[in-house]
Write a protein that binds this ligand. Structure first.
Ligand SMILES: NC(=O)c1ccc[n+]([C@@H]2O[C@H](COP(=O)([O-])OP(=O)(O)OC[C@H]3O[C@@H](n4cnc5c(N)ncnc54)[C@H](OP(=O)(O)O)[C@@H]3O)[C@@H](O)[C@H]2O)c1
Length: 349
């Protein structure tokens, strides 16, 4: 029986945090990197492969893939990504797998602009403002179906202390003068790192996650709510507006992510009974600035079989040396049970 999972972007911020949680849950992580030797030196706990033919082979063998590769910096600087080539290889590997119930969970930053409209489920393409590269990746990932269950997670701005965009956004606040980008009225799809990781992990094991999914917090916030929460926690004024053209000069093509309005609700995650560790922006920002995230702890809260009927508040801190595997978390064996409801089917490749 294999408990392997192939992870692209495993050397990155989001992928690295997710891999640590997967590792603790009993998954055997196979990290994918364009420079596997360097990645191995940095994260010796899991196996590393490159992006050549060995990737296709590893995917066919494992039958389970988390695709969170792609650098935000590359997107900001060049407005493009070569990531879809890797996703394409992943899709080819999945088409060859003999593993039962194969799955591809893919991170996407794709956005459409709809102003005040609340989007409970992701819209189709057409009014794209950002992420043409992610559209390509989404198309490629979608091609993995029906060879595999494909869950394309449109992740909001991930709030964390040690990576992503938030450390950049908080700099003026740290200098004692908080700012609001643009009008501040724009809706900002956001999610705390713990929940981004939790949703990615849950999507691997829960067949309820299929198609394109909003991976955002359940309580939408406007940009000014983020600024207010940050200013309040740090005890600094937060109301100074930064004109849009200045934001564009600073963030390039990615400025649309911060200036356009994307009001999203995570209906699939809620239907799957995922329970968010940080549903509101004030609590999430407080955690990132002065709470467990600030202290370097990545915790993971998941909806689980034990609390399918009611909201679950089980949070297992996954600190170094903790080693806890709560019954409430989705381990590879739970994945096998969930993905194969029929007793005659096994999780053996
Ligand atoms: N952070 C956020 O707020 C956020 C929000 C929404 C979506 N996302 C998406 O989530 C993904 C990861 O974000 P992150 O913040 O963790 O980024 P990150 O820290 O910059 O990590 C990027 C990872 O992707 C790998 N990578 C870079 N170019 C690649 C390519 N062409 N093909 C395959 N892998 C490649 C890198 O691995 P090697 O250098 O080892 O090859 C690295 O491990 C990105 O696709 C991003 O668009 C992030």
């Amino acid at each position: 029986m294999s408990n392997e999972i192939v992870v692209t972007g495993a050397s990155g911020w989001l992928g690295g945090h997710t891999c640590r949680v997967l590792h603790r849950l009993g998954w055997e992580v196979v990290g994918v990197s364009r420079t596997p030797r360097i990645a191995r030196g940095q994260h010796p706990r899991w196996r590393w492969i490159g992006i050549g033919a060995e990737l296709e082979y590893a995917v066919a063998r494992a039958g389970r893939v988390l695709d969170v590769g792609g650098r935000l910096r590359e997107l900001i600087d060049a407005g493009r990504s070569s990531r879809f080539e890797v996703t394409d290889r992943v899709a080819r590997g999945l088409s060859r797998t003999t593993v039962q119930d194969p799955v591809l969970v893919s991170a996407s930053g794709y956005r459409v602009h709809r102003g005040e409209e609340l989007l409970a489920t992701p819209t189709t393409k057409g009014d794209l403002v950002f992420g043409g590269f992610d559209a390509t990746t989404e198309d490629t990932a979608a091609r993995a179906a029906p060879a595999a269950r494909s869950a394309i997670m449109r992740i909001g701005l991930v709030l964390g202390a040690d990576g992503g965009v938030f450390p950049v956004l908080r700099r003026p606040f740290d200098a004692g003068h908080g700012v609001v980008l643009g009008s501040g009225r724009q809706w900002l799809p956001w999610i705390h790192l713990t929940d981004a990781v939790g949703l990615l992990v849950d999507a691997i094991s829960d067949p309820g996650y299929a198609g394109v999914i909003n991976a955002v917090a359940p309580e939408p916030a406007r940009y000014r709510d983020l600024a207010r929460a940050t200013g309040d926690v740090l005890g600094v004024p937060w109301g100074t507006r930064v004109p849009e053209d200045h934001v564009v000069r600073t963030f390039g093509g990615a400025s649309a992510l911060l200036l356009q309005s994307h009001r999203l609700r995570p209906d699939t995650a809620l239907a799957c009974n995922y329970c968010f560790a940080h549903p509101d922006i004030t609590g999430a920002v407080e955690d990132v600035l002065v709470g467990s995230q600030a202290a370097g702890i990545t915790s993971s809260t998941h909806r689980s079989p034990c609390c399918r009927e009611s909201p679950c508040s089980v949070t297992t801190p996954l600190v170094t040396g903790c080693g806890t595997r709560a019954a409430c978390h989705a381990s590879p064996s739970q994945t096998a049970r969930r993905a194969t409801p029929s007793a005659s089917r096994t999780w053996i490749d």
